[in-house]
Design a protein around this ligand. Structure first.
Ligand code: PCA
Length: 329
């Protein structure tokens, strides 16, 4: 009886060991909160992958910068601290300049334009990621970027000397062009920075304002639709290549669904959060024609600088982007 019991126990533990051996776990690091619509989409992606691979590939999501801070996510994947990660694509622009194409102001002003831009940008991002040992999985845009301010902003002169929150190279340059003081604040710290008086205004999405409960210090939200920055989810080529072909296929399929779902969710979230800002007493309005004119001029200046600094790859996106827009009209 004792012998029987021992052999039964061995069988159970052996069975368990072989299941463990066959199972792969990826850590996925993101700097955004678990409740963010972007992170919720990642959780769903992870579930889809686990289901499609019958539990053979598990993706463990580490939100809120717990495994790596937003700006360190890419390095963490490079160093093998995480197999996969999510970051805002334009934060990679120092190393991959074309990654900043979706943050050039006033080029993309609708979701369908954002989609067209992504179709042109994707092959270049794919190429640069591959060269760096990364595999692109999917992107999801943030809702359009508007202007939050603690005081009315009538023209660009009203920015002079104010503390403007920045989150990527574009927002930093815009603050400089506005003669504001750029203050780098991570999204998860916006509420605290406002309470401590470290920032007066920022360009970001309505949902980011809602997530950070900016009402109180912030009184105005101008819907300037400045750009649609995208988050990008990626994995190290090493981790991806180690999967069996059918598992690779399952990951890519789940990534494609996550992209479609995320783009739709972004639009829905845009409407809900603008309503929530209103309900919380923030004045949601259009920019005055004077402010519009001023920021459009700054936007043009920024675009020229950007195209000059990026070179031919910038033209390979912008020329077809504008040509297809005109041919549609
Ligand atoms: N929210 C993020 C990036 C863009 C956005 O809408 C942020 O403010 O950091």
């Amino acid at each position: 009886m004792k012998k029987l019991l021992i052999s039964a126990l061995c069988a159970v533990s052996l069975g368990h060991a072989s299941a463990v051996m066959a199972q792969t776990t990826w850590k996925l690091a993101t700097g955004y909160r678990a409740e963010s619509f972007q992170t919720e989409n990642i959780f769903r992606f992870a579930q889809d992958v686990e289901k499609a691979t019958a539990g053979q590939l598990r993706i463990e999501v580490h939100p809120g910068g717990t495994l790596a801070k937003l700006n360190d996510v890419r390095q963490a994947v490079h160093d093998g601290k995480a197999e996969a990660g999510e970051t805002i694509m334009s934060s990679l622009a120092k190393d991959i300049p074309i990654a900043g194409a979706d943050s050039v102001p006033f080029v993309v002003t609708s979701y369908s334009d954002a989609q067209r831009m992504w179709e042109l940008q994707r092959p270049l991002i794919d190429k640069h990621f591959t060269q760096r040992g990364l595999k692109l999985l999917y992107t999801v845009p943030w809702p359009p970027q508007g202007l939050f301010a603690n005081k009315p902003i009538r023209n660009s002169a009203d920015f002079k000397g104010t503390k403007m929150r920045t989150y990527n190279p574009t927002t930093q340059r815009i603050a400089e062009l506005m003669e504001a003081m750029p203050v780098d604040v991570a999204m998860v710290d916006v509420n605290k920075a406002l309470a401590e008086g470290r920032m007066d205004n920022m360009i970001t999405s309505a949902v980011t304002g809602v997530e950070n409960k900016v009402w109180g210090p912030i009184k105005h939200y101008y819907e300037i639709n400045a750009w649609f920055p995208k988050n990008v989810v990626f994995v190290s080529t090493k981790a991806f290549s180690a999967l069996k072909p059918d598992q690779q296929k399952a990951v890519l399929q789940a990534a494609s669904s996550a992209e479609t779902r995320g783009w739709a969710r972004s639009q829905a979230v845009m409407l809900d959060s603008t309503n929530e800002l209103r309900a919380q007493g923030i004045k949601v309005e259009r920019a005055s024609s004077e402010l519009n004119g001023d920021i459009k001029r700054l936007g043009e200046k920024f675009s020229k600088e950007w195209i000059r600094s990026v070179g031919p790859e910038a033209n390979s996106i912008f020329i077809p982007y504008y040509t297809s827009a005109y041919s549609k009209k």
